[in-house]
Ligand binder design. Sequence first.
Ligand code: LLP
Length: 438
Amino acid sequence: MNEQITEQEINAAGHLTIGGCDTLKLAHQYGTPLVVYDVAKIRDQIRRFRRVFETNHVAYAVSYASKAFAAVAMYQVAAAEGAHVDVVSAGELYTAIKAGFPMERVSFHGNNKSRAELLMAIRHHVGFIMLDNFHEIDLLADLLEQEDATIKVMLRITPGISAHTNKYIQTGQVDSKFGFDLQSGQADEALKRVLANPRMKMKGLHAHIGSQIFELAGFEGVAKKLVEVANHWQKQYGYQAEIINVGGGFGIRYVNADHPLMPEEFVDAIIKTIKKVVAQTDLTMPAIWIEPGRSIVGPAGYNLYTVGSRKDVPGLKSYVTVDGGMGDNIRPALYHAQYETVLAADPHAPLKEHVRLAGKYCESGDILSQDQALPATKPGDVLAMLDTGAYGYSMASNYNRNPRPAVVFAENGHSQVVIARESLADLVHLDRPYKAND
Ligand code: LLP
């Protein structure tokens, strides 16, 4: 019995539904592999985060980290739900612009923003530049002068806190590539430079300790650390931070054995810590910002695949192969990420065997699950992999020249394509024939 699927998500035919749409019909209508989002789940998650701040009567922003899944439709939903967004590239910013996302609610992150990216941000009146390093401060100063513009900024601090998560998705430890170091005085130096520049409107500080975090301690630690830095800055430089941004990283359930805290519990602990530490200082209570990515879109996303070939070797675990794989979800290969997968036609069907769920890519490492319990399956069956909404499509590739899947939004029994399936022609769209010079 899969704990992630509720009775409401199974229709009269016994099929898994997403946003009220029958998954077998979705697979038939749009083809597989297919990425489907339950839009109500996305909305609900943003609302839950917002509600905690409102109940606690603190100024806040829920800034969706759009690297988890960026698409015009996704920025539209985030805008409608009153969220801010983080972007980390000209491409994400461009997509937000195309979606008509309010630019004053955009924060631009990144540890090596280019001149062109910063210029684009200035010209489109992006709300906040999250300054990461001295090179960037100089670059931005230069561009603001050239454009005769001003912009709001925050400083990204490396808090020296290690989160207990995969090392590729840790970001807060002292030797992280992100942000200004505290101990060596770099963060103070950055503050002085920003305050000395009348074109930069210093708004606050930011830190992000990592991703898929299950414990409160890291968030409480970073919240406390940021208030301490703000307090030091007020005492030393007379600067009062208006915003404290503790980043994202709230863990979600991927497999039944995961037991993450509710989003409310994470945010409540952050708010309580900040209130408590601020009360011990002369600081005015700052606004609290969070940047969830995975927790907003992860549980709302599903990958639908069709079963194809099978390999049975006596004494070894069988391979069941689907029509997608590492091109639409690199996470199992890259991070040993695990997911639950069910038979779309009967999600609670009795489990018959443990198999390796393989992808179709020409690489032994293209295994979506090393150990997946499944009912008996046959070619043509549709499988639904659960909780794939974060860093799945957004990290998709055209490896082996496979087209990327379509993305469908489903809500209230209606579905629509929000990213079209790539065609074979799309795959050669950027290719140019070579004319040999002999
Ligand atoms: N804020 C900043 C500054 C970040 O760097 C990130 C994620 C987030 C917020 C959102 O974190 P989230 O709430 O989604 O955990 N590709 C990896 C995850 C990389 C996360 C990068 N930064 C994965 O598939 O697990």
